[in-house]
Design a protein around this ligand. Structure first.
Ligand code: CUO
Length: 665
């Protein structure tokens, strides 16, 4: 990134911010200077990675300083003074972190990360071509320039897994992932309710969605990457750059081997594969023994059937991610997941001999574009599932809800019953806001992406009780058949179930009709602003005070699955999925929120609620997070249909058809 770019982005942040505060003194330490700690150790132009502990420490040091500001103007003033001294990516991360995590700053609005860092989403070649065009523009040329991108993306179909690159390289899932790790950062002293469990669940759901998409194009489900002594079969060449100056991310040839890490220029200690294997073995020991050991030598039991304290899955998530400030024993259980990202990201230059940059697996904004991400996270999920298999199956009482019967479920889209469609759509971003195009006219980035026609769920329910009943409605989908075309058993299908929505309803006695729109899903985030959505900053008031916001409500959290990827693509000839609907007792699920209803509560299923508790007491992924009981209601449980035989659950076949053309919306 050119030196001026950072200032430019900062000024844009300022441009889109509003405040009624005129600021004040910038906080200083006892010597009158700012104590930026290790934040100054990160060279400008280098990659900032939240998977690296020393980078996290640098971010913490910088965020502590920025968090101590007391008004948006003070934050912007301080950030403006610091911007030229700091690593660019660290700087944007820290400013975003503070705007997100400091309650008083929530009325500041962040543009999409795609507009701030277009080079992390669009290949350098496309951006350079546009720069050349901009440079040749005659004076006063007013036409809008457009960069078209997608859906071909970084590679061809010759490599099977690249058949889903339109999905894995999607700007929406990658920016969601960046935001998720901003909302739930490791070692940043952020109180995140059930953070370790959400780390497990959100990533498990990402892998489930990837597997669903793979089945749509007749690929088998992704294989976990658990043997680090054999070459990684598939390479990846992202063609993206890690900064605006044009430094390319490292690439990975086919059949590359993970190797011991021994370079000192990345803020990372030497690391051996053997140590990672030992950490894995210790995690497995803990799972099979039923407890971890803290640094005092005391045992920390692992169980999800607890009424106080942390669930076992949360403890395990904190130890595995790892968050050293939450792990029972960071030295003993290590930093396995984070270092896995890095070891994979450095297969091409583990010792720095080639002076090459890290690969895209090292940055949460780009990692999901590499197919190996899903192999690594399937391994991570495999360890979590090993733990989940030690938990007792849910009982009939856990699963059922007396007096409530789901009579009928259907989805309606464009007056078609249980027939959903997907296709292509376009999304525009203002690329010139993040890049120094130095052009008077806007440069738009037009990305082609998968999308679906909107639809509604229609759920008919009978409440045979005498009183109204408040329920939680949970909706999942999974493919009905495996890649061989066979219907799946409960266990084969279990990890494919993808949460679509979760909400509460009050059932009156008798018949009820619930209608719910797909766009209201609890996993998606509708509030993705672009610079153009934000609009120009209103002029200051005559008395010099700051202008009022142009729009009324801005609580942008950025986190949330992209709405356009709520559905898998399905197949051109139609593909059958099963829609699973379950009603549970809200009184059992509910969580008291001491601070009352919270803002920034979109996409709660994957992102929780900022500064509030996760709003559902049941284990995340319930009821598919555990193996089923062998017998339910005197019947053997072999497939999901045996769950759906309970009155409060229902199973419906739906068809998703991929129309290989532009969707009408
Ligand atoms: Cu989000 Cu591995 O944690 O990618």
């Amino acid at each position: 990134m050119a030196a001026t770019d950072q200032t430019r982005i900062l000024s844009l942040y300022e441009q889109v911010s509003y405040t009624s505060d005129t600021g004040g003194d910038v906080p200083t330490d006892s010597t009158g200077g700012l104590n930026l700690g290790t934040a100054l150790n990160m060279p400008r132009g280098s990659v900032f990675s939240t998977f690296v502990q020393s980078h996290r420490r640098a971010a913490k040091d910088l965020c502590d300083v920025l968090m101590s500001t007391s008004s948006p103007i003070q934050l912007m003033e301080l950030a403006g003074r610091l911007s030229d001294r700091l690593n660019e990516n660290l700087f944007i991360y820290a400013v975003s972190f503070v705007i997100l995590h400091k309650q008083e700053f929530r009325n500041l609005r962040l543009p999409s990360i795609v507009e701030v860092f277009p080079h992390k989403f669009v290949p350098a070649e496309e951006l350079t071509k546009m720069q050349v065009t901009v440079n040749k523009l005659p004076p006063n040329q007013e036409a809008q320039l457009v960069i078209e991108y997608g859906p071909e993306f970084a590679s061809t179909n010759l490599k099977p897994e690249h058949r889903v690159s339109y999905w894995s390289e999607d700007y929406g899932i990658n920016s969601h992932h960046w935001h998720w790790h901003l909302v739930y950062p490791a070692e940043m002293d952020v109180p995140g309710d059930r953070k370790g469990e959400l780390f497990y669940y959100m990533h498990q759901q990402m892998v489930a969605s990837y597997d669903m998409e793979s089945l749509s194009v007749d690929l088998n489900r992704v294989e976990k990457l658990e043997n680090w002594r054999v070459p990684i079969r598939d390479g990846y060449f992202s063609k993206l750059t890690s900064n605006n100056s044009g430094s390319a991310w490292g690439t990975r040839q086919d059949d590359s081997l993970m190797k011991d890490f021994s370079r000192t220029d990345f803020g990372l200690d030497f690391m051996d594969i053997t140590v990672m294997e030992i950490w894995m073995s210790r995690l497995m020991d803990a799972i099979h023994q039923g407890y971890m050991m803290n640094s005092n030598g005391d045992s920390v039991p692992l169980s999800d059937n607890v009424t106080t304290g942390k669930l076992g899955i949360e403890i395990l998530g904190d130890a595995f991610e790892a968050d050293a400030s939450l792990s029972p024993n960071a030295l003993f259980y290590g930093d396995l997941h984070n270092l896995g990202h890095l070891m994979i990201a450095f297969t091409h230059d583990n010792d720095g001999a080639h002076k090459e940059e890290i690969g895209v697996m090292g940055d949460s904004a780009t990692a999901m574009s590499d197919p190996v991400f899903y192999r690594w996270h399937k391994f991570v999920d495999g360890i979590f599932q090993e733990y989940k298999m030690t938990q007792p199956p849910y009982t009939l009482e856990d699963l059922s809800l007396p007096n409530v019967v789901v009579d009928k479920v259907g989805v309606l889209s464009d007056n078609q019953l249980n027939q959903l469609t997907t296709g292509w759509n376009l999304r525009e971003f203002e690329a010139s806001s993040g890049l120094d195009f130095n052009a008077p006219n806007p440069v738009m980035l037009r990305i082609t992406h998968l999308d679906h026609a909107p639809f509604n769920y229609h759920i008919q329910v009978t409440n045979s009780g005498a009183a109204p009943k408040k329920v939680t409605v949970s909706i999942f989908i999974a493919p009905k058949h495996n890649v061989r075309g066979l219907e799946m058993s409960f266990m084969e299908q279990r990890l494919l179930w993808s949460e679509m929505d979760k909400f509460t309803e009050t059932l009156k006695p008798g018949k009820n009709q619930i209608v719910r729109a797909s766009k209201d899903s609890s996993i998606t985030n509708p509030n993705e602003f672009t610079f153009s959505d934000l609009g120009p900053r209103p002029p200051p008031a005559a008395d010099g005070s700051a202008p009022p916001p142009a729009n009324n409500e801005f609580n942008f959290c950025g986190c949330g699955w992209p709405e356009h990827l709520l559905l898998p693509s399905g197949k051109p000839e139609g593909m059958t999925y099963q829609l699973f609907v379950m009603l549970t007792d809200y009184e059992k699920d509910k969580v008291e929120e001491p601070k009352g209803p919270s803002k920034c509560a979109n996409a709660v299923s994957f992102c929780g609620i900022l500064d509030a508790k996760y709003p559902d007491k049941s284990p995340m992924g319930f009821p598919f997070d555990r193996r089923p009981p062998p017998i339910l209601n005197n019947e053997m449980v072999t497939s999901v249909a045996d769950y759906a035989s309970l009155g409060n659950m229902s199973l419906t076949d739906i068809t998703i058809t991929f129309l290989n053309n532009q969707l009408k919306k």
